[in-house]
Ligand binder design. Structure first.
Ligand code: NAD
Ligand code: ZN
Ligand code: ZN
Length: 344
């Protein structure tokens, strides 16, 4: 089968021919119908050889959807031909976090060598994908795989982040979304669907700001050194009750902190390497700062329910598997509006 692989540190990913996998006992083989392209892969491909956490070559893609093609011995409750999406942050299934559906925070994944598809295990940008356990499959139930596959990360991750701040986003409040790309343009929609907050979007190009407006941002502001001042103006000097940074670089986390109101939540989702000093006087009183990772199985089902009920609509640009390297190039250059989805 064809697969998109990251083969050599620092090199661009390549479409190569690899053996079609067979499911071992307990595993499920999917014929991939759609796979999303996340900016985290670009971060992974920028890491140096020293300390690189995964074995190469690595088939990329941690957002996957497909139809069930074959079942390993002992797998029950899944039908051949069933359309499903993959919950990506695989855990052990047995620890207290996994028992609560929070496999993203599995206590034993590292020790047991369990990795998400595309982030250690072979990923979804291929004709076939092996899923380690049927519990990691969520039925699509009528949802379109192409529109829905980004929700497994670009929907689930912002949903997890937004959910924790819902109590702070009552009437009259403001939420700031920094970086309205794949994750951020879904975050805007989630905030509009779930809260009464005024949503202020920050990005660096007019095209991205247009998308932010189109998906429901009340205000769209150029992300520069003046952006935090603009947010203060828009909030009568008070600041935002919740700030979500989907870039996470030095300048954006600084903006995030500078936008925060007293008792605000600042959530750093982007992995751009920026850090925000916390300490008395460094931020407004009682601001809490978190850097979450992905989301829970329960939350993924909730995100699919929101999509089914028409509250979220991912802006998708599609590519064939042969065009997948170009999708990564364009994402790297900031030239994907919404989410790139590969159709193997
Ligand atoms: P993306 O490239 O689709 O979107 C990033 C957006 O940020 C783009 O619209 C870009 O124009 C904008 N941007 C760049 N510099 C900016 C700046 N200085 N100010 C404002 N906007 C700026 O990326 P994505 O796939 O949505 O991922 C977003 C980030 O989240 C990445 O860092 C990714 O690695 C990370 N991520 C984290 C998790 C997690 O669990 N914590 C999960 C998925 C992705
Ligand atoms: Zn991702
Ligand atoms: Zn676990």
């Amino acid at each position: 089968m064809k697969a998109l692989q990251y083969r050599e540190i620092g090199a661009a990913p390549e479409v190569v021919e690899v053996p079609t996998p067979e499911p071992r006992p307990g595993e499920v083989l999917l014929k991939v119908t759609a796979a999303g392209v996340c900016h985290s892969d670009i971060a992974v491909m920028s890491w140096p050889a020293e300390g690189f956490p995964y074995k190469l070559p690595l088939t990329l893609g941690h957002e996957g959807a497909g139809t069930v093609a074959a079942l390993g011995d002992g797998v029950a409750g899944v039908e051949i031909g069933e359309p499903v999406a993959v919950y990506g942050p695989w855990g052990c299934g047995r620890c207290i976090k996994c028992a609560a559906g929070a496999e993203n925070y599995c206590e034993r994944a590292a020790e047991l060598g369990i990795n998400p598809p595309g982030l250690g295990a072979p990923g979804a940008i291929a004709e076939y994908l092996v899923v380690d356990d049927a519990r990691h499959l969520v039925p699509l139930g009528g949802l379109d795989p192409v529109q829905t596959v980004p929700l497994t990360d670009a929907g689930l991750t912002p949903y997890h982040a937004v959910k924790r701040s819902l109590p702070k986003l009552g009437p009259g409040s403001t939420a700031v979304v920094i970086g309205t790309g794949g994750l951020g343009h879904v975050a805007v929609q989630l905030l509009r669907a779930l809260t009464a907050a005024k949503v202020v979007a920050l990005d660096v190009t007019e095209e991205k700001l247009d998308l932010a407006r189109k998906v429901g941002a009340h205000e769209a502001v150029l992300s520069d050194a003046e952006a935090a001042g603009r947010v203060r103006e828009l909030t009568g000097g008070i600041g935002a009750q919740a700030v979500f940074d989907f870039v996470g670089a030095g300048p954006t986390v600084a903006t995030a902190g500078a936008c925060a109101a007293v008792e605000a939540d600042v959530t750093i989702v982007g992995i751009g390497g920026g850090t925000l000093p916390v300490g008395f006087g460094a931020l407004p009183f009682e601001v809490s700062v978190k850097a979450p990772y992905w989301g829970t199985r329960e939350e993924l089902i909730e995100v699919f329910d929101l999509a089914r009920d028409g509250f979220i609509d991912v802006h998708v640009e599609t590519f064939s598997l042969d065009e997948a390297p170009e999708a990564y190039e364009r994402l790297h250059a900031g030239r994907i509006n919404g989410r790139a989805v590969i159709l193997p």
